[in-house]
Design a protein around this ligand. Structure first.
Ligand SMILES: Cc1cc2nc3c(=O)[nH]c(=O)nc-3n(C[C@H](O)[C@H](O)[C@H](O)COP(=O)(O)OP(=O)(O)OC[C@H]3O[C@@H](n4cnc5c(N)ncnc54)[C@H](O)[C@@H]3O)c2cc1C
Length: 547
């Protein structure tokens, strides 16, 4: 299998090795269609759409455009598909390096799973039956053990107290999980608060142990200290989990694809390629986006100086790296402010640890403050029957986090979570991770908003800049920050671009409706047909007929 430059693995015998094998690497790294004419160069072509970024948002947008006949060019900085979601395969085991758990209650990604025949390809993370079949908490110096039933009860109870701002579990004030414009006054009030502010409001309803459990849950959600985490992000997850204490866990930490996320990326990508409309270039970081205001043509320049032209651009780079791209004309001031003020606060570490032996299959843990990791839990056995644990730790830049360069610190942090009587027996077979915080094309992990971001900036982030459109999980509706949000945003933005490209303007600035020939013929006879009425004000619309 081909190695990506991303990720690393550590073993006792081999030490640390950079790069991981994954089916996500695309070779050869470029492919250009529409260049059959020997006199035509890539630079001569004006693509219908240039898509920047081959994560879920960019892949879905590219596929939707290519299957609709749009000449599309996909430009990706890395050597692989998937962006913040990808899996590596080592000794027959799939390690999900980023986005992992998806569910049929996530409608957009489930459509992809089912469309590409992966609807029976699930495995469940939380399996019963291991020897250490219980939940360990380490709050301060005190370690305690609970059954998994008590774990669900305690974690659900404290999260519910935290989210129940209106005494009704937000069932009426935030009814529709995919919208943020309900109860605007309440929402604006909540959005001013950090999770620390809210914890201070409910602290007297909780025991010291429950405060510790809640703190570690929130830090696992958002990867940093509670003062930086926007309350609305935590409330949104509550709503998406079905307004129950355990719903989120059942949906968002339960099922993953047996064949791995990169398998689904390949299927989406190969579908797009099979149309003959998709060109692509990997290892091509975009540096500059220039729009010619007269012609509307957008020119994109990559780090090596190559230029590509398109009628529209869909930019899907994560919010934390968007400012590494320059725009001409520049982004408007409100958009610049939105990007700067809404960056994801989440800079967590996700670490895979294989412990010798099968005992930890069904073990789970939470710590506050922990020693660099705040949670670890069993997720299957490797083919050699060792326990595979997934661990999360907060931002290394805070006193609570750890540097992934320090393997001994990673081991110590996990040992701190393990049941005390077993700590001396722990044998580390393998550690696998990717340092998302040092990754220049991510600079953080999944999106989690700071206070103020959702009500003030979400719509501004979603707004196009001339012919440049923006799609990302980071500013999606619904499962914002999740894989589902990336798919939703990619799908919606591709459609928005296609609709926009059906419109053109005449010399007086009036909208010309440009359709297929068949559609144009219909328009001649039915100039005020219902479709056009719906799309735009008929008084400023002229239909063009075929020559
Ligand atoms: C550790 C971790 C765990 C997660 N766990 C889950 C989970 O269990 N479930 C879940 O639903 N979600 C999870 N997520 C979130 C999910 O992975 C992301 O929300 C989703 O993958 C984002 O997709 P995207 O297409 O919006 O952005 P990205 O995947 O980041 O795609 C953007 C692409 O743009 C590229 N790019 C960046 N800069 C440039 C440039 N200058 N030029 C060209 N290309 C560029 C990047 O390389 C990348 O490929 C997790 C994320 C992380 C990091």
């Amino acid at each position: 299998m081909v190695y990506s430059n991303d990720g690393f693995t550590w073993t006792p015998s081999g030490g640390r090795r950079e790069g991981l094998p994954t089916i996500g690497v695309v070779q050869p790294s470029s492919h250009f269609v529409f260049t059959n004419n020997p006199d035509t160069t890539v630079q001569d072509i004006i693509y219908d759409v240039l898509v920047i970024g081959a994560g879920y948002a960019g892949l879905v947008a590219s596929r939707d455009l290519a299957t609709q006949g749009k000449k599309t060019l996909l430009l990706e900085a890395r050597d692989r598909l998937g962006g913040r979601t990808w899996h590596a395969t080592i000794n027959g085991f799939n390690y999900e390096m980023g986005g992992t758990w998806i569910h049929w209650h996530m409608p957009h990604i489930y459509r992809e799973v089912s469309m590409y025949g992966l609807h029976d390809d699930w495995i469940v993370t939380q399996n019963p039956g291991g020897k250490e079949d219980y939940f360990t908490t380490v709050i301060g110096d005190e370690q305690r053990t609970f059954s998994h039933e008590d774990e669900a009860d305690m974690c659900g109870r404290v999260y519910r107290i935290f989210c129940n701002l209106d005494g009704d579990d937000l069932r009426h004030s935030w009814k529709y999980a995919f919208g943020t414009d309900q109860s605007p006054e309440l929402m604006a009030g909540w959005d001013k608060l950090s999770c620390q502010d809210r914890l201070n409001q409910v602290r007297d309803q909780l025991s010291a142990e429950e405060v510790g459990v809640l703190e570690s849950q929130l830090m696992q959600m958002a990867g940093t200290t509670l003062d930086k985490i926007g309350l609305v992000g935590a409330l949104r997850w509550w709503i998406l989990g079905g307004h129950t204490g355990t719903g989120l866990n059942d949906i968002a930490l339960h099922t993953r694809l047996r064949s791995g996320q990169s398998e689904l990326h390949r299927r989406i990508f190969e579908h797009a390629v099979s149309t003959g409309n998709l060109s692509y270039q990997f290892k091509a970081p975009v540096q500059h986006i220039d729009q010619d205001t007269a012609s509307g043509i957008v020119t994109v320049t990559t780090r090596d100086g190559s230029t590509f032209r398109g009628r529209s651009v869909i930019c899907t780079v994560p919010i934390n790296v968007l400012s590494s791209i320059t725009f001409s004309p520049p982004l408007p001031a409100d958009k610049v402010e939105a990007v700067q003020s809404s960056m994801t606060v989440n800079r967590c570490n996700k670490v895979h640890v294989d412990l010798n032996g099968p005992d930890y299959l069904s073990w789970s843990s939470l710590a506050s403050p922990g020693k660099g990791l705040i949670s670890a839990f069993g997720d299957h056995l490797t083919p050699a029957d060792n326990s595979h644990l997934v661990c999360f730790g907060p931002d290394p830049a805070t006193p609570l986090g750890l540097s992934l360069d320090n393997i001994d610190a990673v081991k110590d942090a996990l040992v701190h979570l393990l049941p005390r009587s077993k700590q001396a027996d722990a044998v580390f077979n393998r550690i696998v991770s990717h340092d998302w915080n040092k990754d220049e094309f991510a600079n953080g992990t999944w999106y989690f908003p700071p206070p103020h971001a959702t009500t003030k900036y979400l719509k501004v982030l979603q707004r196009p800049h001339g012919n440049v459109y923006f799609a990302s999980a980071d500013w999606s509706d619904g499962w914002c920050g999740w894989i589902d949000g990336a798919v939703q945003s990619g799908m919606q933005t591709a459609r928005q671009v296609m609709l926009e490209q059906q419109k053109e303007r005449d010399e007086d600035g009036r909208l010309l409706h440009v359709y297929t020939r068949e559609k144009q013929a219909q328009c001649i006879t039915r100039a005020t047909n219902a479709v056009s009425d719906r799309l735009m004000d008929a008084s400023e619309c002229v239909h063009v007929c075929p020559a």
